[in-house]
Design a protein around this ligand. Structure first.
Ligand code: PMP
Length: 361
């Protein structure tokens, strides 16, 4: 079987080794005479899967003991609502860094729950950059500051995070979690849908400091309370067991690669190949993000005309590339180079881009 050069934005490429391992265990999980999907989520075997995935998250990201790791459903989109529901306090607005499509969706949901303020926005630059840390103005009485670590559609990424002092920092890391080391102590809450860097869709990881979930409003439905899931070890109701299992396998794979620092280096090498072609193309390819805000996960670029971009997508597909068309809201081109996208795919794309320029430049 020939694997596609998969640059999908999410769901996205998974490590081949992980897929093969899942295949081996698919029908008969550890001699149980059934697949994991057929098993009770209260069984010892599933409890092991759940605990192991949590422990690996803790180990790989260096998560301190006063944080909970939760596996929830509803995607990162559900977190857009759950975070304000749980963390907003009376008379204390939620502050947001407005950096594009995903930050915008988080703001829209929070507005339905309570008062919001914009601490910084790069809208006047068409969201082609992340703000400087000095541009971010957080009101002292903010319930929290929310930012989007990596804008999946725009192709921008924070290089570093603001120090928000006593105001908890909340980060949507859906498209760059585990792509580089972070200091979890800087954050009150981190969340990420799994389907880019962590595994298949269906599960969302939430890492949250314990004190922040102790005082959620009493009126909140039980299912939407973080403390419900924290107290029940993410087993309050039936979890997406197969997705959690797959996340566990991906985490083991990251560990086998040498951990997050090694992955970061690998990603930098992959991405450089493609950004170099863009930068050396004499304007044939134009990067969308300003250089200081370029994402290592979603590489967005444009060409002189939409016709040429269409031709690029068509010919790339003929040569085995998948997912290079930009998001429908913004057009252009995008290569998503998450952790599991192999170097060989990026080498092939860089070569294809250079050849395409030769033919059409
Ligand atoms: N935030 C970011 C940064 C994303 O990229 C996405 C999905 N592309 C979401 C949130 C929404 O995730 P979901 O589809 O899991 O709700």
């Amino acid at each position: 079987m020939k694997r596609a050069y998969n640059f999908n934005a999410g769901p996205a490429a998974l490590p081949l080794e992980v897929l093969q391992q899942a295949q081996e265990q698919f029908v008969d999980y550890q001699g149980a005479g059934m697949s994991l999907m057929e098993m009770s989520h209260r069984s010892n075997l599933y409890e092991q899967v759940n605990n192991e995935a949590q422990a690996l998250m803790r180990e790989l990201l260096g998560i301190p003991d006063n944080y909970k790791v939760l596996f929830l459903q509803g995607g990162a989109s559900q977190q857009f609502a759950m975070i304000p529901m749980n963390l907003m306090r009376e008379g204390r607005p939620a502050a947001f860094v407005q950096t594009g499509a995903w930050a915008g969706k988080a703001i829209k949901e929070a507005k339905l729950i309570g008062e919001t303020v914009i601490a910084a926005s790069t809208e006047s630059d068409n969201f082609n950059r992340m703000p400087e840390l000095s541009e971010i103005q957080v009101p002292d009485n903010a319930s929290y500051l929310h930012l989007t670590s990596n804008e999946t559609i725009g192709g921008t990424q924070f290089a570093e995070y603001p120090d928000t002092g006593a105001v908890p920092l909340v980060a949507d890391m859906s498209s760059d979690i585990l792509s580089r080391p972070i200091d979890v102590n800087q954050f009150g809450l981190i969340y990420a849908g799994a389907q880019k860097n962590l595994g298949p869709s269906g599960v969302t990881v939430v890492i949250v400091r314990e004190d922040l979930i102790a005082e959620s409003p009493k009126s909140l439905p039980v299912i939407f309370r973080y403390d419900t899931h924290a107290k029940q070890n993410s087993l309050y109701n039936t979890p997406p067991s197969f997705s959690v299992y797959m996340v566990g396998l991906v985490l083991k794979w990251i560990k086998s690669q040498g951990g997050v620092s090694q992955i970061q280096q690998y990603n930098a090498n992959k991405t450089k190949l493609i950004y170099d072609v863009i930068d050396q193309s004499g304007g044939f390819y134009k990067g969308v993000a300003q250089p200081g805000s370029r994402s290592v996960m979603n590489l967005t670029f444009r060409m002189q005309s939409e016709e040429l971009e269409k031709l690029f997508v068509k010919q790339s597909e003929q040569e085995g590339f998948v997912g290079l068309k930009g998001h429908r809201d913004v057009g252009g081109l995008r290569a998503s180079t998450y952790n599991a996208v192999p170097l060989e795919s990026c080498q092939a794309l860089a070569q294809f881009m250079a050849d395409f320029q030769k033919r059409n430049g």
